[in-house]
Design a protein around this ligand. Structure first.
Ligand code: PAF
Length: 289
């Protein structure tokens, strides 16, 4: 079982136009391939919402910084097409870099006030690359809905804001993080983990659960919660190098000192070659959410 492929902007536009003429609504699931169960759940959710689902599979060079893993990013086109087909995609849009960036884009889309913190602080230019490619995909496919995973919380927040600010006529839908049975958030980069690192990686989710428990027990200091998470990670993931642990306002992404309202707890940890991210909403008033 495989999925039809479209490699050019003209072709994907023609396919979308035909589906619209048939009365179908259109969803877009932007991905960089190396699809896993998290992506498949996005595609299934898209299929429940819209009659025609486009999955873009494009390892976007402009969102990788110098020395990052663009060249070695996992690529598995055949398996990806099978995953697209079994989850309900109508077509996979798989452009070559030249189709997207020749001539090179002189235009950059950015949401500066949300992009300089968290992952943006250690990956300068990353979110400009993400916003620019996603804006291009929105214009190429012109979907009614676009679906993203909540694991990339900052990305989803930025893209929702971008879509609103630029009046893209579509709904940005953010779907829950899909986890392995031990809690590790699914990610294409989990494939970089050795057996030992994989065992330690579960500490990210554990530390988020710990933050929720502490807030539920009445701890209001974001600093003390972050410190407890740091200590947990030091114990359970001794090979991990913490990039950040931050407790922020869920909309503005500004740091919060006092956990007296719903907050988003986010972390990034490097384990070997992998840079893992995860996050959780913590609402002290409703600790079991
Ligand atoms: O989340 C991703 O896989 C990428 O950042 C995205 C949204 C497909 C843009 O390249």
């Amino acid at each position: 079982m495989t999925c039809p492929v479209s490699e050019t902007i003209a072709d994907i536009r023609a396919r979308v136009a035909r589906s619209r003429a048939d009365g179908l609504s259109v969803a877009l699931v932007p991905t960089m391939g190396a699809l896993h169960a998290g992506h498949e759940s996005l595609i299934r959710a898209a299929r429940e919402r819209c009659g025609f689902v486009v999955v873009s599979i494009f390892v976007n060079p402009t969102q990788f910084g110098p020395g990052e893993d663009y060249a070695s990013y996992p690529r598995s086109p055949e398996a990806d097409l099978e995953a697209c087909a079994r989850s309900g995609a109508a077509v996979a849009f798989m452009p070559q870099p030249a189709e997207m960036y020749d001539p090179p884009s002189l235009t950059v889309v950015s949401v500066p006030s949300l992009s300089g913190t968290l992952c943006g602080a250690s990956r300068p230019g990353h979110f400009e690359g993400v916003c620019t490619v996603v804006a291009k995909l929105f214009n190429i496919v012109q979907p009614d809905q676009a679906l993203f995973g909540a694991k990339d919380y900052q990305q989803a927040t930025i893209l929702r804001r971008m879509a609103g600010d630029l009046n893209f006529p579509l709904e940005v839908v953010v779907c829950p993080t899909v986890r392995e049975t031990d809690g590790l958030a699914m990610s294409s980069r989990n494939r970089y983990l050795s057996g030992g690192q994989r065992a330690q990686a579960v500490a990210l989710h554990e530390s988020l659960l710990l933050a929720g428990r502490l807030a539920g027990q009445g701890e209001r200091s974001a600093g003390r919660i972050a410190q407890a998470m740091r200590e947990h990670l030091a114990r359970r993931a001794p090979d991990g190098r913490i990039d950040y642990i931050q407790i922020v306002d869920p909309d503005s992404l500004a740091d919060v000192d006092t956990v007296d309202r719903p907050v988003q707890v986010l972390l990034a940890v490097r384990l070997g070659r992998a840079r893992l991210i995860d996050n959780m909403r913590v609402d002290a008033a409703r600790p079991d959410r």
